[in-house]
Ligand binder design. Structure first.
Ligand code: MN
Length: 254
């Protein structure tokens, strides 16, 4: 059994998501053949040298799973494209380039984060090319921490405002880009995240039937794609509510 997840947007302010993820690591993912994380694993990442205690604890949890014998493959998203070799080494993960072709059940499958499929968003595509340029990345990695924090906050707030302003179809994948890239890589299955629109889409690829599986973001619930001999199964699960602390008699909640 192979598990794929994406868009957890892990951050300290969402202990419910963190708990659900840690439960997955010690539960379903234990003994899995492999775990794939297809980007936007962290809400923000400003460099391996700037890991917060929270991020360090996630790193250690990944390490525990990989040490137990389940390989972990990690792909960059648009939020955490600064994750580098040092983090992957510490977490026991293999960094996957975007896109990557893997073999599931003997069939080639294309894995992507998904942002590069949204080609109609030209402003974003320009920004993406700029930010992923090795020279830009080098400069970003060498900026003082404070500047990186500021820059990350700015990028996040800009991305939020722009996503709100842009038409719905612009922030989704470009329909023609899907068969194009699938033909280019010779696959009948594409798996990606990013759009936060979980679904399994069937499509025609020449004479063949193909499928595009969109992973869901973890917000109100979690999403996992399981691959086994039966095929692909995309499912959501509810987060376990945080235990409510019992207040002593006569005390007031504030
Ligand atoms: Mn994304």
């Amino acid at each position: 059994m192979i598990l794929l997840i994406s868009d957890l947007h892990l951050e300290e302010g969402r202990p419910d998501i963190t708990r659900a993820f840690l439960d997955l690591l010690t539960g379903r993912a234990r003994g899995a053949e492999s775990l794939y994380i297809l980007g936007d694993f962290f809400e923000a990442w400003i460099g391996d040298d700037a890991m917060s205690p929270f991020q360090r604890s996630i790193c250690e949890a990944l390490r525990t799973l990989s040490d137990s014998g389940t390989p972990i493959f990690l792909m960059h998203g648009n939020r955490d494209f600064m994750i580098g070799k040092a983090f992957c080494k510490a977490a026991g993960c293999t960094l996957l380039s975007d896109p990557s072709v893997v073999r599931f059940n003997g069939q080639p499958v294309l894995l992507m984060h998904g942002d590069s499929l949204c080609t109609r968003d030209e402003a974003y595509m320009r920004m993406r090319r700029y930010l992923r340029n090795p020279l830009t990345l080098w400069v970003l990695r060498h900026l003082p921490l404070g500047t990186r924090h500021k820059l990350a906050r700015k990028l996040r707030s800009e991305s939020r405002t722009q996503t709100r302003m842009k038409a719905n179809d612009i922030v989704d994948v470009t329909p023609e880009e899907v068969p194009r890239i699938m033909s280019e890589y010779g696959v009948k299955t594409l798996i990606h995240g990013h759009t936060h629109r979980p679904a399994i889409h069937k499509l025609k690829l020449g004479e063949d039937t193909a499928q595009r599986i969109v992973l869901g973001d973890w917000d109100r619930q979690g999403w996992v794609l399981q691959v086994d001999e039966q095929g692909f199964e995309l499912s959501a699960f509810d987060f376990v509510p945080e235990p409510v602390l019992a207040l002593p008699q006569g005390s007031q909640a504030t």
